[in-house]
Write a protein that binds this ligand. Structure first.
Ligand SMILES: N[C@@H](CCC(=O)N[C@@H](CS)C(=O)NCC(=O)O)C(=O)O
Length: 197
């Protein structure tokens, strides 16, 4: 049995969306977390080693980190076709996007929020927001999805940023249309209804 430890409107919302895309049977456990605005608190029942979300538990095994959870679930439900399989030429680009999301996009966005965007060491390591925006725009235009014709787990990661805060993605009509395309998926409506509690 799969259990998602989830805090509404957080990084675990994307895993809720993925579970709905996959048609998975799962238990949703609402988990409190300390929020940026000072609300919320650490939830002792949260199995995440850092008491964060998302945390997925599959038959007693805890899986953490959005990227690992996305790939774990996509592997577990191969028939849903949300990730190119080994041997598929799109597999390399797909894995590159998962790693780029965790290893570059998240740090660049968070360094921006922290006012550290101009730090030379950070720029050398991660490049800047303009470079991230260009990579995203180059992927989704013409797209229509990050990997081209096929919607995948990479879209769940990229689009979930814009769902959380529109300014986390590049401004303009290309991203607006991409988000509208992703948000029109029936699984998003189901996830949003559950996210609202
Ligand atoms: N790299 C982690 C980040 C998880 C994360 O920071 N989650 C936030 C919610 S969006 C959290 O649980 N914050 C509570 C805290 O920092 O105590 C992932 O992508 O899974």
């Amino acid at each position: 049995m799969l259990t998602l430890h989830h805090a509404p409107k957080s990084r675990s919302s994307r895993i809720l969306w993925l579970l709905e895309e996959l048609g998975a049977d799962y238990v949703l456990k609402i988990t409190d977390i300390p929020r940026m605005d000072g609300t919320g608190a650490v939830d002792a029942a949260n199995p995440h080693p850092d008491k964060k979300v998302p945390a997925l538990v599959d038959d007693g095994v805890v899986i953490t980190e959005s990227i690992a959870i996305v790939q774990y679930l996509i592997d577990k439900f191969p028939a849903a076709g949300l990730g190119p399989k080994i041997g598929d030429p799109k597999r390399g680009p797909y894995l590159s996007w998962l790693a780029y999301y965790a290893g570059v996009i998240e740090p660049v966005i968070n360094l921006g929020f922290a006012g550290l965007s101009d730090n030379p060491a950070m720029l050398r390591t991660f490049r800047d927001r303009a470079a991230v925006d260009r990579r995203i725009l180059d992927a989704i235009d013409p797209g229509p999805y990050v990997l081209g014709e096929r919607f995948s787990g990479a879209d769940i990661l990229v689009a979930s940023m814009g769902q959380f805060l529109r300014t986390m993605l590049p401004p303009g009509p290309v991203v607006d249309a991409y988000l509208a395309r992703c948000n029109a998926r029936p699984a998003v409506a189901r996830a949003v209804a559950k996210d609202a509690g």
